[in-house]
Design a protein around this ligand. Structure first.
Ligand code: DHK
Length: 145
């Protein structure tokens, strides 16, 4: 039984899911993704957030450091350039799953080298929006280990 919350954090532009480049990200909205995540988490508390602001994501990671069991993060475009996000994640003592809806390694080269991957416990990329609940279940298994 996981009593501390899992933090599901989403970075810039993910608030536009549903309309944003549907050929890449599908048509599922972030609100629908949140519902799928909460269902997958069962009784485990979930803190589900999205922000276009790097500092807000850093603040949520600090909250997770103080009270979270695990982090599932789609850093979006911040994956590739954000030292502050990386530095915050380095402080987190629990498991971290980096998640991308698309397979970033099959896209333009700018998406191929994620800084977050250097600190993540695991990386899931390319499963589409329905990968989120799979990632939640995987995170819970990592926490139970
Ligand atoms: C989402 C983004 O916004 C992009 O910047 C990443 C990621 C890919 C995704 O597939 O969820 O490169």
């Amino acid at each position: 039984m996981i009593t501390k919350p899992i933090f599901i954090l989403n970075g810039p532009n993910l608030n536009r899911l549903g309309k944003r480049e549907p050929e890449i990200y599908g048509t599922t909205t972030l609100a629908e993704i949140e519902l799928m995540c909460r269902e997958a988490a069962g009784d485990t508390p979930v803190r589900f957030h999205q922000s276009n602001a790097e500092h807000q994501l850093v603040d949520w990671i600090h909250e997770a450091i103080d009270e979270g069991a695990g982090i599932l993060i789609n850093p979006a475009g911040l994956s590739f350039r954000s030292i502050p996000l990386l530095d915050a994640l380095k402080m987190f003592p629990g498991p971290i799953i980096e998640f991308h809806i698309s397979n970033i390694h099959r896209r333009e080269a700018i998406y191929h080298r994620s800084l977050v991957s250097t600190v993540a416990t695991a990386v899931i990329a390319g499963l589409g929006p329905r990968g989120y609940p799979i990632a939640v279940k995987s995170l819970m298994e990592l926490i139970d280990r």
